[in-house]
Write a protein that binds this ligand. Structure first.
Ligand code: FES
Ligand SMILES: [Zn+2]
Length: 124
């Protein structure tokens, strides 16, 4: 019998805090981890047990598209995620395997320093 995988999904929720006015902004200005708590609650209600975990993450380097969430091992990157999005992420993406296109960070943005959402470094 094949071994069961340890996890089916690992959800990393950026909870990085930066000072107000930082050029790149940050995903959790108040440092309350509200989004991660919402995932934990929703996963518990859905009865996933230990198969799916929501973890606090430091900066995932997609700050301008944040609040940022990445789901592994599928490698699904979501941006501008709010607490209100959590139930459908769990029901549609985690349970249903569906990608939510309105939340997906486009490939043209992911790890692209030239993406139009990033503000250029101010000179002088
Ligand atoms: S602060 Fe969240 S991705 Fe950088
Ligand atoms: Zn972008």
């Amino acid at each position: 019998m094949p071994a069961m995988p340890g996890f089916s999904h690992h959800i990393f929720v950026c909870g990085n805090v930066r000072e107000l006015g930082h050029r790149r902004g940050c995903c959790d200005p108040e440092g309350k981890q509200t989004l991660r708590e919402a995932f934990k609650k929703e996963l518990k209600q859905a009865g996933f047990g230990p198969l799916v975990r929501a973890n606090h993450a430091g900066c995932l380097e997609q700050c301008e598209h944040g609040p940022t969430v990445v789901i592994y091992p599928q490698g699904i990157w979501y941006g501008r995620v709010t607490v209100d999005d959590v139930p459908r992420i769990v029901s549609k993406t985690i349970l249903g395997g569906e990608i939510l296109s309105d939340l997906l960070i486009p490939d043209s943005c992911l790890n692209n320093p030239a993406c139009p959402h990033r503000r250029p470094v101010e000179k002088g």
